[in-house]
Every structure is written in C-alpha cells, then in structure tokens.
Design a protein. Structure first.
Ligand code: SF4
Length: 347
C-alpha cells in the first residue's frame, strides 16, 4: 500500500494519471490531506465513490504513533513517535515569540558520530520515509490543535543528517512549502547539515528559498576532527568553498551553528580563528549553549565565556546570536528522549 503522506504534488499527479485520473485529482487529494485535514478517504466527499474504493484498496493515510510525550513549563513539547517497524523518532516543538518551531528528525539514528551528540550515540538504522517526516509535523499539529495553534516554522535539525537522506528530505520540504500542502513559507524552513559538501552543492541549485544552517562547532580542523569526524572527509577549507559557492548560486546566506563546549572551542583564541575562517562569507553565527548528556564528558561553557565569545564576534563585524534555550526541565538535548527510552527498556 502506498502512503499518500509520502508523495509530493508532482509525484502524486504522475500517480493519479497512471490511475487514469485527471491531473487535478492530485491537487484535490492534497487539499483534503493538508488543508481539510481528512484522516480517511471516505471523508473526501468530492471524490467519486468508485475512486474512493480504489484509494481504500491501494493507498493508506498512515501517521506515526505517539509513543511518549514530555511537556516543559516553558511550553516546549517533546514527543517520541513509533514507526511501523518499531523504530522510534524524536520531535520537538519550541514556542518562540514569532511562532511554533518544530525540529524534525530525518533518520533513525545517525552515522555522523559527533562526539557531543546524544542522537549520534545510536547508529543510523535507516533513512526516514517522506511520510514519516511529514507525520512528525502532522502529529505535532494535532497536539497543538488543542490550543488552536499550529506549526509555523520547521527546522530539520533533529536526529540524522538531512543530506544523507537528501531526496526524502527535499520531498518533505516540497510538501511543507506547497501552497496546497502545508503552505509553510520557505523562509520559515531551515535544513541543518553537519557539512556534507555534495549535499550543499546540490542544494545550491534547488531554486528554493529555504534556509541552510551548517553545524560548524569549531574554528579549525584540529578541534573539529576531534568532535566531528565528518571533518576528516570534508575539511574546513573545502567546506568554506562550498558555503561561498552556495551563497553565490542560491543567493542566500547561511547560518553557522556553534555549540559552546567548555574548554574545547570556547576560548577567545577560537573566536579569533572563527572570525578569520568565515571572513568572505555573509554568514550569521548562532552560538548554542550546550545541554550536557550523561553519555559523554563535555561540559557547558559558562555564561561569562559565552558572552565574551559573542562580544568578540560582534565587535569584529560578525552577525551573531545566542540561541534561546528551551525545555531545561525535560530531556532538552536532541536525541536524549529516545536514548533515555532505550536505556530504560534495556535495548
Ligand atoms: S549532531 Fe546531527 S549530524 Fe552530528 S551525530 Fe548528532 S544528529 Fe548526527
């Protein structure tokens, strides 16, 4: 059975045509799925009964199951979803002043092995299907419906490396961004990569106005090799060339994410190197206070150090922000809820 949540509009059109239907049938189904929020084919009253029978026979509308939920006092919601094969994925919702931002996962586990990351502790089991990424947004929306709210911003920054599941992530984005789909503006969607250069080069030509964030986390390869093994295959000089290429081709600036790790990458010397490294790009830097996890020994930089680093970058002309923190009273770090669940179950 084909899960209709897994098909972006042009693929759905092709499929409908192969079923002897007119092209517009796809748009009609899309509207039912995402605008009218139908959860069964029988609700689709302007689709003929005979075609609804075909839909019921060959297609399904399947969403991941809500398995576990944590609510923070600050409004952050973390959910663990169970997929068809029993795998679990984690999704988080952060309530910003400007809207509700969801952080979705793109893979079950992750092979990038960033040393500070709870998600990377669980090796990649498989890529998520398009419907499983879409499902994270739809399940979160059904939770938000209780208070008449919805997801307004998306970051693909949860478990997994999005460019290691490129095609599915892009189809997911097309569904989210399409006016007949979830109609979430391109500028409200961000994909975050740890630096897979082939993905960045390809993304430069998608013609989308989606934001790109790069997890940098170090100002030189010596430090980066220790905390992000990806750097050995795609060293910083090459990554910077790719960023400049992207900025030129896509006419968009990137954001560099930089997790502040005590005594590792947070010295003023590092700030100085960082300014030098990103010179010539239009990038913003987003400093992220670290959420320590039990499974490694990294510590959070103290506030004074973070502010000194922040001020240095600003004084040297780099647009810099410090990320607002959410969910400190729940398992705030990415992948922590899933890791905890596995630990509790001893698997
Ligand atoms: S930080 Fe991202 S890319 Fe690195 S291991 Fe964690 S999930 Fe994977």
């Amino acid at each position: 059975m084909i899960n209709l949540y897994g098909l972006e509009l042009t693929k759905l059109e092709e499929l409908m045509i192969s079923y002897g239907q007119k092209r517009y049938r796809a748009t009609q189904l899309f509207t039912w799925l995402y605008e009218k929020k139908a959860r069964s084919f029988d609700e689709m009253s302007d689709v003929s009964k005979s075609f609804r029978e075909v839909l019921n026979k060959d297609f399904c509308l399947e969403l991941p199951k809500l398995y576990r939920r944590q609510d923070s006092k600050d409004g952050t919601i973390k959910i663990l979803l169970e997929l068809n094969d029993g795998s679990k994925v984690e999704t988080a919702l952060m309530p910003y002043r400007y809207g509700n931002a969801i952080c979705v996962s793109s893979q079950v586990g992750c092979n990038m092995a960033c040393a500070f990351c709870a998600s990377g502790l669980l090796k990649k089991k498989r890529n998520l299907e398009v419907s499983e990424i879409v499902g994270q947004v739809l399940v979160m929306n059904s939770i938000l419906e209780e208070k008449n709210e919805k997801v307004t911003h998306i970051v693909v920054m949860g478990t997994g490396e999005p460019f290691d599941n490129y095609d599915n992530v892009l189809d997911f984005i097309r569904i989210m961004n399409h006016p007949k789909g979830m109609a979430i503006g391109a500028r409200h969607i961000t994909v975050s990569t740890c630096g897979l250069i082939p993905g960045i080069m390809r993304y430069a030509h998608e013609g989308l106005q989606i934001n790109l964030a790069i997890s940098l986390h170090a100002p030189n390869d010596e430090i980066r090799n220790k905390i992000m093994p990806i750097s050995k295959g795609y060293p910083l000089p090459k990554l910077m060339e790719a960023v400049k290429y992207y900025e030129k081709e896509a006419n968009r600036r990137v954001t560099f994410e930089y997790i502040m790790l005590k005594g590792v990458n947070d010295s003023l010397e590092c700030a100085k190197e960082l300014v030098k490294l990103i010179k010539g790009t239009l990038a913003y830097v987003n400093l992220i206070p670290y959420n320590p996890v039990d499974e490694n020994s990294f510590l959070r930089s103290d506030d004074k150090t973070v502010h000194a680093f922040f001020s240095y970058l600003l004084q040297h002309g780099v647009n810099t922000t410090i990320r607002k923190e959410f969910g400190n009273d729940i398992d705030a770090a990415c992948g922590q809820l899933r890791a905890k669940d596995q630990h509790e179950k001893g698997n």
